[in-house]
Design a protein around this ligand. Structure first.
Ligand code: NAD
Length: 340
């Protein structure tokens, strides 16, 4: 099938081309992000393949549909950037990669925790400058500490498994309790209790209307003073302004972020020769106890292989008119459609 692949970088091409040897799709790569200005590039392509910061709101979906597109293949798990209702009305099927490597994101989450706790980012800089003073590098043992996990799905459960190994006490909040987490001794509690008791809070829920700004001025006020917050889920789960206020007051003692509310304007681009216009983001970078990575939690060889394979298989599924288990929401393929 002819596929317009948006937001492609060298690694996307490398892993997709390798996996495509077994599928034989015709992949046409575009570096640009999908949005109103670039949607016309997909004219005549029955499938478009997109990533986390591509814009798939109603006008873009309508433009794609008018150009003949019938399949949106997300090469990620989250689908918060797609207007699913409009997609369904237009008869556009949306497929995703629900699980590729929960280990990749979970391990990156723990890397952020450990770096912030032991000030690795500061130590790296200091030692390079010949400064071996330990002042300001004091950490705490993870062993015996209470960690609150918001969302115990695939990634949250993986984080729980790793932290269990460190000897942490684990609290969790979720709308569904995980059998595996319960079996390893995770205690479920409402968010208020989790915030009040946890030395570290880590976010692993999807971005939905219910979780938008779940961490806000009110929930931050419930937190244990000086707690650490790690967000590798989606940026808008945290109200950035409220987080900045909490950092200034000391309520929030450390913040690790792999995602950011307005990341679409920044992440995945080399902006090192430009003046960043996002004052909120720039303010975050001024704090010594904030560590930001640019949405790289998924970025391991294993995850990229799995993403490429599943994405191309999702497209194959649509092409042959089969039932794609990775459709969101599950939608039957209309008869006669989906064939290139
Ligand atoms: P998952 O669907 O397996 O788990 C999500 C969990 O969150 C589920 O158990 C669900 O019940 C729970 N949840 C839903 N609403 C909730 C709420 N209001 N409060 C508490 N819990 C709630 O998803 P996953 O594979 O574990 O991924 C989690 C999130 O991580 C994704 O939605 C995505 O946004 C993010 N993610 C980030 C990266 C990255 O590179 N940083 C990569 C992959 C996924």
């Amino acid at each position: 099938m002819r596929v317009a692949v948006f937001s492609t970088r060298s690694w996307d091409r490398e892993f997709l081309d390798e996996a495509n040897a077994s599928f034989g799709h015709e992949l046409v790569y575009f570096e640009s992000r999908l949005g109103p200005e670039t949607a016309a590039l997909a004219d005549g392509f029955p499938a478009v393949c997109v990533f986390v910061n591509d814009q798939l709101d109603a006008p873009v979906l309508e433009r794609l549909h008018a150009g003949g597109t019938r399949l949106i293949a997300l090469r990620c798990a989250g689908f918060n950037n797609v207007d699913l209702r409009r997609a369904e009305q237009l008869g556009l099927m949306v497929v995703r990669v629900p699980a590729y490597s929960p280990h990749a994101v979970a391990e990156h989450t723990v890397a952020l925790m450990l770096s912030l706790d032991r000030h690795i980012h500061k130590a790296w800089q200091r030692v390079r400058e010949g400064n071996f003073d330990l002042k300001g590098l004091l950490g705490f043992d993870l062993h015996g500490k209470t960690v609150g996990i918001v969302g115990t799905g695939r990634i949250g459960t993986c984080v729980a498994r790793i932290l269990k190994g460190f000897g942490c006490r684990l609290l969790a909040t979720d709308i569904v309790q995980s059998e595996e987490c319960l079996a390893m001794g995770v205690e479920y509690a409402p968010l208020e209790q989790l915030m009040a008791k946890s030395r570290i809070v880590t976010l692993h829920c999807p971005l939905t209307p219910q979780t938008h700004h779940l961490i806000n001025a009110d929930t931050l006020a419930m937190a244990r003073p000086g707690f650490m917050l790690v967000n590798t889920s989606r940026g808008a789960v945290v109200d950035t302004r409220a987080a900045i206020d909490a950092l200034k007051s000391g309520r929030l003692g450390a913040l690790g972020m792999d995602v950011y509310e307005q990341e679409a304007d920044l992440f995945f681009e080399d902006l090192s020769d430009q003046v960043i216009q996002d004052d909120l983001f720039e303010r975050l970078l001024t704090f010594p106890n904030v560590l930001v990575t640019g949405h790289q939690g998924f970025f391991t060889e294993e995850a990229l292989e799995a993403i490429a394979r599943t994405t191309l298989d999702n497209i194959r599924c649509f092409e042959v008119g089969g039932n794609c288990p990775n459709a969101v929401p599950p939608m039957p393929v209309p008869a006669g459609e989906g064939r290139s």
